[in-house]
Design a protein around this ligand. Structure first.
Ligand SMILES: [Zn+2]
Length: 88
């Protein structure tokens, strides 16, 4: 069976789901969908340090979600990608 691939929104390369994290917009807030269970449009990001820093610099999520994402959200996502934890 082929592993389903998802595209990283920053580097535009495809990876197996397990190597990416999924972000969704719910009630106007961007949240990290840790269990891939939230049923709405999601954006995928890979865990490379390149993409983490580019994500913040290029504000890729503003485009992906078509809204203004506050800096602290980018910080949170960066922390999560780097350390694997988040305080909601
Ligand atoms: Zn990437």
């Amino acid at each position: 069976m082929k592993t389903p691939l998802r595209m990283c929104v920053v580097c535009r390369q495809q990876f197996p789901k397990s190597e990416l994290i999924r972000l969704v917009k719910q009630d106007g807030k961007i949240i990290i969908d840790k269990n891939n269970k939230i049923q709405c449009r999601g954006v995928w990001i890979c865990k490379s340090s390149d993409c983490i820093s580019k994500l913040k610099k290029s504000k890729s999520l503003n485009r992906a979600f078509k809204c203004e994402i506050p800096n602290e959200v980018y910080e949170q996502i960066g922390d999560y990608l780097q350390n694997g934890n988040i305080n909601h």
